[in-house]
Write a protein that binds this ligand. Structure first.
Ligand code: PEP
Ligand code: MN
Length: 366
C-alpha cells in the first residue's frame, strides 16, 4: 500500500501519517519526490485497512501496489534516485557518470597506491578493491581484512576518491561500514537475506551486484530487502550472468539497464570486468554500457595484472583504463551524460592538496 500525499501537504501532515502507520503496527517509508511525497507501507501481511489513513489531512489517495517490490519501484518514487557524497560532486544517478576503478583485491600498500594514483589521474571518483574476497576456492587469497580497509582509507585521504568495498558476511559488515563510503554486496550474496537486512540498517550507500542467475524480479527484490530496513541508498550493478557462452566468463546483460530504469528509480551501474572476464572486452562493453544508459561503471585495473592475486586476466593495464575513459568521454554526451574531468595529482610538489583541490569536477566532455 502506498499513501500519496497532496502536493501541498505539510511536513506535519506527512509525519502524522507516518506516525499513524507505525501505530497500526506497520513501517512507514517516506519518499519525497519533486511533485509530492509518497509514503510506502511495509510489514503488512495482507491488505492495509485504508479507512483511518484515507481521511487524514494532506492525504490525496491510497494506492495498492500490486508488484512484489514496492520501495524500489517507480510507483513509490517517480524521479530517479540520486546518491550524493558530501565534499565531492560524485553522484550515482545524476547527470554525471560514476566511475569506480581499482584492483579486484587489496594486496598490499604499494600495489594499492600504484593503482589508485593511476585511476585517479584518469578520472575515477571512486576507488574499488576487496579487503574480504569471496573466492571459489578456500585456498585462494581471501583478502587482507581490516588491514586492507585501512589501506583503502589512506587512498581516500590521499586522493579524495570515495571507497567502494565488499562485505561478505555480517562480521565483515561492521568493519566495512566503518571504513567504506559505499558497501558492496557481491553477486554470490545477492540473496543472502540476513546480510541484505544488515546492509539495510547500515548508514552507507549499498552497491548491490546482480546474482549470477538472478532474474530482474529477484534482483529488485534483493534491493527491496535493503530498502525495507530503511536504507534507501541502493545502487544496482549488472555484472553478467551465467549462460552457455564460453567466449566470456559471464554474459553481460546490458538489456537489464533499460529494464531496471523502466521499473525502478534506483541508479544502475555496469561491471564489464566480471561481466566479460576478458581484458580485451572490457573497453568495448564499457562503451556499450554508457550508450545503453547506465549510470556508471565499475572496472578492475591493476598495475601488474600478470601478478595480480585475483582476476588478473580481466584487469586493465592503467593505460588501457586511460583509453577507456577517453572513449567513454566521447560517448557520454551523446546520451546526455557527463564524465569526470581528469584527476590532477599532485598539483604541486610542495604540499599535499586538500580534498577539494584534488577532487576533479564533473564536467562535460573535455
Ligand atoms: C568483485 O567485484 O571483485 C566481485 C567479487 O564481484 P562479483 O560479486 O560480481 O563476482
Ligand atoms: Mn574481481
Amino acid at each position: 500500500m502506498l499513501v500519496v500525499m497532496k502536493a501541498q501537504a505539510t511536513e506535519e501532515q506527512i509525519s502524522a501519517v507516518c506516525q499513524k502507520i507505525e501505530e497500526l503496527g506497520y513501517r512507514a517509508h517516506s519518499m519525497p519526490g519533486a511533485q509530492r511525497t509518497a509514503i510506502g507501507i511495509t510489514g503488512n501481511r495482507g491488505e492495509v485497512e485504508p479507512g483511518t489513513l484515507d481521511e487524514m489531512p494532506g492525504v490525496q489517495e491510497l494506492i495498492r501496489v500490486s508488484k512484489p517490490y514496492k520501495l524500489v519501484s517507480r510507483d513509490v518514487k517517480q524521479e530517479n534516485t540520486v546518491i550524493t557524497f558530501a565534499g565531492t560532486d560524485a553522484t550515482f544517478g545524476g547527470p554525471g557518470l560514476a566511475v569506480i576503478a581499482g584492483p579486484c583485491a587489496i594486496e598490499n600498500r604499494e600495489q594499492t597506491m600504484a593503482v589508485a594514483e593511476q585511476v585517479f589521474r584518469a578520472g575515477a571518483q571512486f576507488f574499488r578493491g576487496g579487503a574480504y574476497k569471496p573466492r571459489t576456492s578456500p585456498y585462494s587469497f581471501q583478502g587482507l581484512g581490516e588491514q586492507g580497509l585501512q589501506i583503502m582509507a589512506e587512498v581516500r585521504d590521499k586522493f579524495g576518491m570515495k571507497i567502494v568495498t565488499e562485505a561478505i558476511d555480517n562480521e565483515s559488515m561492521d568493519l566495512v561500514e566503518k571504513y567504506a563510503d559505499v558497501i558492496q554486496i557481491g553477486a554470490r550474496n545477492m540473496q543472502n537475506f540476513s546480510l541484505l537486512k544488515r546492509a539495510g540498517r547500515a548508514r552507507k550507500p549499498v552497491l548491490l551486484k546482480r546474482g549470477m542467475s538472478a532474474t530482474l524480479e529477484e534482483f529488485l527484490m534483493a534491493a527491496e530487502y535493503v530498502m525495507s530496513e530503511g536504507n534507501y541508498k541502493v545502487i544496482l550493478c549488472e555484472r553478467g550472468v551465467r549462460t552457455f557462452a564460453d567466449h566470456t566468463r559471464n554474459t553481460l546483460d546490458l538489456s537489464i539497464v533499460p529494464a531496471v530504469q523502466r521499473l525502478s528509480h534506483l541508479p544502475i551501474v555496469v561491471d564489464p570486468s566480471h561481466g566479460t572476464g576478458k581484458r580485451n572486452k572490457v573497453t568495448p562493453l564499457s562503451r556499450a554500457a554508457i550508450a545503453v544508459g547506465a549510470d556508471g561503471l565499475i572496472v578492475e585495473v591493476h598495475h601488474e595484472p600478470d601478478r595480480a592475486m585475483s582476476d588478473g586476466i580481466q584487469s586493465l593495464y592503467p593505460e588501457q583504463f586511460v583509453e577507456l575513459m577517453k572513449q567513454v568521454r566521447q560517448i557520454a554526451p551523446v546520451v546526455g551524460r557527463m564524465v569526470p574531468a581528469i584527476g590532477n595529482y599532485p598539483r604541486s610538489s610542495d604540499a599535499m592538496p586538500a580534498h577539494s583541490d584534488v577532487r576533479s569536477a564533473v564536467s562535460p566532455l573535455a
